[in-house]
Ligand binder design. Structure first.
Ligand code: COA
Length: 258
């Protein structure tokens, strides 16, 4: 698939996905969601990719939300479909990625933009970032997982306040609340994400995939996270990476994971 609204490149085992509609503050229209969905599928299938970094182009925004111009005239059924398709094609897809996804939040992360960042496994924000779920100011609620993932990250009380007030918080408040892991200057944002990616890449990709599935299971009601951990833990013993990791430790050398 050739992309119009995103940039996709792979370098040093990292896949960089950049939402590239800076004149619309990288708002997520249908085409962008489809392209992102395709990009995540490709990155997950590509054996040369170990970590995915997602960011927004330009200096102002990560993503300023779902594209309001596309849903302003939607009916109840259209709205339901928009939300369901978004969950399925992109937001759940990112969360379930078997390769770690780091969101480099380089400016506004609002509505669907914050929901996209929250679907990622790790978030790093630049100090000019503003994060929020402004949907109730438009007469809707967050529909791409925001009502579920925000309380998971910041707790119910802070999430309610952010959703009810439709306000934005700055990067330092986001870090204090557990919404982002690190805050950097804009210039240092990508280097910080790459530093984290570099540490991840040294470890077993198969084991990391198992860890993602186990942690995610703990946040689902239809599965038992502890049972999932037992299954994933067991599976690791059948992987060449487990043999390499344990053998390297016993041989007092660094493991070499493919
Ligand atoms: N959907 C569609 N277009 C959007 C958008 C969105 N979510 N967010 C920004 N844009 C567009 C603007 O319409 C504008 O386009 P135009 O130049 O063709 O008029 C362009 O991006 C630049 O935005 P602008 O509002 O002029 O920038 P600003 O610096 O004055 O304000 C924001 C920045 C983020 C505060 C403001 O754009 C905003 O409130 N956006 C909507 C945020 C939102 O409610 N998101 C949740 C959607 S569910």
């Amino acid at each position: 698939m050739s992309y119009t609204n995103i940039l996709y490149r792979i370098e040093n085992k990292i896949c960089y996905i950049t939402i590239n509609r800076p004149d619309k503050l990288n708002a997520l229209n249908k085409q962008t969601i489809d392209e992102l969905s395709n990009a995540f599928t490709s990155a997950n299938a590509d054996e040369t990719v170990r970590v995915i970094i997602i960011t927004g182009s330009g200096e102002k925004a990560f993503v300023a939300g779902a594209d309001i111009s596309e849903f302003a005239n939607f009916s109840v059924e259209d709205g339901k479909k928009l939300s369901a398709q978004g969950h399925e094609t992109l937001f759940d897809h990112v969360e379930k990625s078997n390769k770690p996804v780091i969101a480099a939040v380089n400016g506004f992360a609002l509505g669907g933009g914050l929901e996209l960042a929250m679907s990622a496994h790790i978030r790093v924000a630049s100090d000019n970032a503003k994060l929020g779920l402004p949907e109730v100011s438009l007469g809707v609620i967050p529909g791409y997982g925001g009502t579920q993932r925000l309380p998971q990250l910041v707790g119910k009380g802070k999430a309610f306040e952010m959703i009810f007030t439709a306000g934005m918080i700055d990067a330092n408040d986001a870090k204090q609340s557990g919404l982002v892991n690190h805050v950097t200057t804009p210039a240092e944002l990508m280097a910080k994400c790459e530093e984290i990616a570099g540490k991840i890449i040294k470890n077993s990709g198969q084991a990391i995939g198992s860890a993602i599935r186990s942690v995610n299971a703990g946040f689902k009601t239809e599965v038992d996270g502890f049972k999932e951990e037992i299954i994933e833990f067991g599976k690791c013993f059948g992987t060449p990476e487990f043999v390499e990791g344990t053998t390297a430790f016993l041989d007092k050398r660094k493991p070499s994971f493919k």
